[in-house]
Design a binder for this molecule. Structure first.
Ligand code: PMP
Length: 409
């Protein structure tokens, strides 16, 4: 495949020195082997360039962190200003206090906050806080949900022992009765319930809470003394500046953010209520780079711009334009495309198949034509996507589907 020659050469080299070459969600085994770029060089706005010199309109935004666009000048300037002063010290800086204050003021129920680096840092910490607060062991989660790679929740298999999951129990999205059943079975043993604001599994449509589901979960948690944790790492700041729970009308005890918070600079946060303050102070929390001030300065600027430029309303509209366009393209070619989830974090699926093979072909054809479309994960919209970018992306999606249809029909 000469199209991705340099990507493949680099992958060859990587395979000799890194297990699997590329690991995690961009492992070629996990995403279109040989039919997608493996290495990026540079980004700008809603576009990036790969090592073979190809340009892509990006509909993944670095899997979510890039909410204002790659290389955003104001965010990078705020980061550079802090970098001049210093990044990593023995101590936190004033940026830490400013950012936590800001997050606490944005999130309606929050009285305190903590900062970390990755999403999994804060989801894992949050379940420890729930256990510390309740002195109970069990954690309930949704089947098909994703909360990171720590042993209690990783979707991987390597290196796990049964005991890692001994006190983790699952139920299906929108099945309030099943949750009630778990609560009755393990009454007095459940420390926490961790949910996403909407269900966003891979290889399946996204799903909103049915009427009464999320508020029903909240009510049961309150009645049973179960800590309700909202994992808003994927949707945070793309649906509502105060957290996606506001959009869906429930109130958690802890909310976890990451991805969009720093526009690509590594930072995550958990915010919680006064009732959990003592427990939160007891669960040890630190890391080599957790005090680094540059990502905090970037996050402060990102939040400022999100509010100032009304970014969330804009990306919802932009996402709707993309959805409407893709549905029309599906109709035109007689291969129906179904959108699901919120338009700013949408999921798309060719409805005629269950195995995503045609969908992979369609996305591969789109990549060769300059649009990065993901075959089985949510996409992400950013503020740098203009209507013209969406239309250019739609044209590519249209041409790509036309090329596929020639082979299929
Ligand atoms: N929760 C959700 C909903 C996520 O989407 C992710 C990241 N994809 C995580 C947790 C884990 O975040 P991280 O990869 O930064 O540890």
């Amino acid at each position: 495949n000469t199209h991705y020659e340099k990507s493949l050469q680099l992958f060859d080299r990587a395979s000799k020195v890194a297990p699997g070459g590329i690991y995690g969600h961009m492992s070629p085994a996990a995403c279109l082997p040989g039919a997608s770029p493996y290495y990026a060089v540079r980004g700008e706005g809603c576009r990036y360039w790969d090592v073979d010199g190809h340009e892509y309109i990006d509909f993944m935004c670095g899997y979510g962190p890039v909410i204002l666009g790659y290389n955003h000048p104001e965010v990078d300037e705020a980061a550079a200003k802090q970098r001049e002063l210093g990044n990593c010290f023995n101590h936190p800086t004033e940026r830490f206090v400013e950012l936590v204050e800001r997050l606490v003021s944005l999130v309606d129920f929050a009285d305190w906050g903590v900062l970390a680096k990755n999403g999994g840092d804060v989801t894992t910490w949050a379940i420890q806080v729930a256990r510390e607060h309740t002195k109970r062991k069990k954690i309930i989660r949704l089947k098909g949900s994703y909360h990171g790679v720590d042993p209690w929740c990783t979707p991987g298999h390597g290196g796990l022992i049964e005991e890692d999951r001994e006190h983790i129990h699952h139920f299906a999205w929108n099945d309030l009765t099943a949750f009630q059943g778990l609560v009755e079975r393990y009454r007095g043993e459940i420390a926490g319930l961790i949910i996403s604001p909407w269900h966003h599994p891979v290889f399946a449509d996204s799903d909103f809470g049915a009427p009464g589901f999320l508020i029903g979960l909240e009510r049961i948690c309150r009645a049973e003394g179960i800590v309700l944790i909202s994992d808003d790492i994927r949707g945070g700041f793309r649906l509502n500046i105060g957290g996606s729970h506001e959009e869906f009308g429930y109130t958690p005890d802890i909310v976890c953010f990451c991805k969009a918070l720093g526009n690509g600079y590594p930072i995550s946060a958990a915010l919680g209520t006064d009732a959990l303050r003592v427990a939160a102070s007891k669960v040890f929390l630190t890391g080599s780079y957790w005090n680094s001030a540059v990502p905090m300065a970037a996050a402060l600027k990102t939040l400022e711009i999100l509010e100032r430029d009304n970014v969330i309303a804009k990306i919802k509209q932009t996402g709707q334009r993309l959805s409407d366009g893709l549905v029309k393209i599906g109709e035109k070619h007689g291969h129906s495309i179904k959108p699901s989830g919120p338009p700013s974090v949408p999921f798309y699926r060719l409805t005629e198949e269950k195995n995503f093979l045609r969908q992979q072909q369609w996305c591969a054809e789109a990549m060769q034509r300059g649009a990065f479309l993901h075959p089985h994960h949510n996409w992400f919209i950013c503020a740098a996507h203009t209507d013209a970018d969406i239309d250019a992306g739609l044209q590519i999606a249209d041409d790509a589907l036309a090329a596929c249809v020639k082979q299929w029909d």
